[in-house]
Design a protein around this ligand. Sequence first.
Ligand code: C2E
Ligand code: CA
Ligand code: CA
Length: 460
Amino acid sequence: MGAWLVLCVGYVVRMYASPYLVMNSFYMLAILIQYFAFQNPDIFLDRKTGALSHLTATPYLQELNERGPFSAFAIGINDYMESCSLYGERQMTKGLRAITRYLRNTFPDYQVIYATVGRFILLSTKEHSFSDVRAQISARMQAPWVDTHAPLYLTASYAMFQGQLKRREGIDLFFDYSATALHRAEEQHDVIVMEQSLFDQARLNTTVWRAIETNAVEIYFQPLYGTQQRRIIGAEVLARLHDDELGFIRPDIFITIAERSGSITQLGEQVFEKACLFLAEHPLRELGLERLNLNLSPIQCRDSHMAEHLCCIAQRHKVPIHSFRFEITESALSYEQRLQQNMDMLIAQGAVISLDDFGTGYSNLMRVLKFPFEDVKLDMSFVRAYFDQTNKLLPAIIEGFQSFGVQITAEGIENKQMADTLTIFGCRILQGFYFAKPLPMDEFLHYLKTTAPTVRTDTD
Ligand code: C2E
Ligand code: CA
Ligand code: CA
């Protein structure tokens, strides 16, 4: 009741007498947090430590950030979980309370926040010498935090931030990011400086994870030209991710994020399902195409159930698996046995497999030939190197594969001269901006009706 009275009076005073106030909203907020924490400690304070809980601290951080640059110093207890089991929960809780008291008393300019699992964050609007703060805390860490029959000694890692966060998301991610920074500090035995670029990375990761969770990744189609059929015979399905704030995120960037986080299998299956939905509505024969090409990540290929899952998805949409050519890169070949199993199952159902990006790594012709590839795709950089006259190997490589009955696709065809030369060299399929860029579904359908029938190379 008393709290509401204070609030109401405060609000009226702020509204009508703001020019006379000496206290701005930031200090008001700080006082209110302290006041409510006192009134209702369970909501505002972390029960274990008595410090401000990181959940309550988010609006505080937001206010701080709006005012300008701020300082944050993060302290993480090393091997926290191990220490808990070694010293016991009670002893650790006493230790954390002792640390909170110490931090409050030693650094009165800072707000002390407890961000769970042994992590403290000190926040202040003032600029501080981080090395001084660190030196003081490190020195204190030499002594036990609880001095009973089993003295509690702890060590810590440190991370720091000085500046202003650019976006709202940076604030939501701040405590998560501090945790990542402290992990890194513990691993590297060094102090980590949290920079804006690392927040941007955290923001990008979240955007990608959210897009995968909500199935928001779209598919585009890049036409493939058959040199023998002399027409567009297929298309490569390429994933596209658009974010309202960040715009288009490059596929190589979001694919790498998905691979690192383990969500690439989910993304791969979503892309495949969207390709199946497209074919269910527009059968290949109606489009005048032979197959759609689909990229499979090496990480996805490690899963021994990959082919089974893809077959189930295709079946659900009544699309035959032989409508697809799956593209895999050489790094997938490391998981030989599982890859072989997956390939066998897809091939048994009529799909074909293509080796993507040939010429980028340490390509080993004999190793490649051990696998049942129908086709090898020469990477754009390799094709370009031939036309820039920096690598003359191209015709020999094409001939080599052909002598083993492996077809060649060349990508990155940007002009007539490239298309004509590669047709003469015997490439079966050509792909590149000369024919078309990757197109959204509607534009691709339009392209097939209007432009595709007119596409010819000079060797016709
Ligand atoms: P990729 O498999 O080598 O795909 C071909 C890339 O070359 C595409 O880039 C395409 O837009 C680009 N490209 C095609 N023709 C030309 C050309 O004439 N000139 C130039 N400069 N570029 C050309 P994109 O769409 O940015 O994709 C990049 C990579 O991301 C792909 O390389 C592929 O490795 C990966 N990716 C895209 N979609 C998927 C997917 O659904 N799953 C997986 N696992 N990876 C994907
Ligand atoms: Ca590809
Ligand atoms: Ca490539």
